[in-house]
Design a protein around this ligand. Structure first.
Ligand code: UTP
Length: 300
């Protein structure tokens, strides 16, 4: 029997975003912009490109700006049309295609990523689903990694997480894939995960990053509510149980990724995407070079 088709993406957006205070006191972290587009929209566009049309946003207190962003903007569209601002009209109209659908569910309190994902269980039911963490912004120019991960799931029926090769000395900052055999065609079979291992204890240098395609079995383990590291319900704990039971695949990313949950990664993403923009790049690039030359003169 063919494996069930993945039609839904769960996007957790209920976190507190403490690393971006005070900006995130009254505004969701996921609405921070890289150039002029919110982080959450990058994630939705990536999933749309991979063929997903149904989204489950797990929201929390103070996140209504996200719902407003994806609402049909009747008044704004009308005003832009009357003013003849057709380019701007297109920008707001294409935020969500007509055949896409969003469901909202709430995570009562931020008790960890696993807890947030489980809040979507009533909507995903017994179906497999994708998960995108909007903090991780992917450059999809060369490949859409999520689309590749969906192919692996549909072919094998096993869960898949996105991985990135990291220098061995940095394994202690990530969840690391415990691989079986070698990586072939960017695909690594795994029997588990090791949370933040020291380099000498790390089973590989493949760090798990914020894209997953998960079987419904994950929801069974998350329903147990087992509290893990940081006193939170961890998605990786459920993933480890599924991996032990049925195996797991890592897909080794070929795309550039920015960790926009961190201030440095966020600034890098802004610079990178600004320098890809036809209007901004020619105006910004000379300034960037001037700043870099100044840093070099001062030996920084
Ligand atoms: P992070 O681990 O970056 O946590 O979440 P955070 O709370 O948003 O940020 P900091 O560390 O305090 O700055 C990754 C993604 O998971 C969501 C977040 O909204 C973000 O999109 N998340 C995290 C939840 O939905 N619920 C949680 O309990 C934790």
């Amino acid at each position: 029997m063919a494996n069930a088709k993945v039609t839904k993406a769960v996007i957790p957006v209920a976190g507190l975003g403490t690393r971006f205070l005070p900006a995130t006191k009254a505004m969701p972290k996921e609405m921070l912009t890289v150039v002029a587009k919110p982080l959450i929209q990058y994630a939705v566009e990536e999933a749309l490109e991979a063929g997903i049309r149904e989204f489950v946003f797990v929201t929390g207190r103070g996140k209504s700006a996200i719902e407003n962003h994806f609402d049909k903007p009747y008044e704004l569209s009308d005003t832009l049309a009357k003013k003849g601002k057709m380019h701007e009209l297109e920008l707001v109209e294409k935020i969500l295609p007509k055949d896409a659908r969003i469901y909202y569910t709430r995570q009562g309190e931020p008790k960890g990523l696993g807890h947030a994902i489980h809040a979507a269980a009533g909507i995903t039911r017994d179906e497999p689903f994708a998960v995108l963490l909007p903090d991780d912004v992917m450059c999809t120019g060369s490949e859409n990694a999520l689309a590749k991960m969906l192919d692996i799931y549909h072919e094998t029926g096993k869960s898949v997480c996105l991985c990135e090769e990291v220098p061995m000395e940095r394994t202690s900052q990530y969840g690391i894939l415990d691989v079986v055999g070698s990586v072939e065609n960017r695909r690594a079979a795994a029997k588990g995960f090791v949370e933040k291992p020291k380099p000498e204890k790390a089973p590989s240098n493949l760090a798990v990053i914020g894209r997953y395609v998960l079987t419904a079995r994950h929801m069974d383990f998350l329903a147990e509510g087992t509290v893990g590291a940081g006193n939170e319900i961890q998605l990786t704990d459920a993933m480890a149980k599924v991996a032990a039971e049925n195996g797991f695949f890592g897909y080794v990313s070929a795309s550039k990724r920015f960790d926009c949950g961190d201030k440095v990664g966020f600034q890098m993403a802004n610079l990178y995407f600004a320098l890809q923009d036809d209007y901004i790049a020619p105006l910004l690039a000379p300034y960037v070079l001037e700043v870099a030359a100044g840093l070099e003169r001062r030996g920084k």
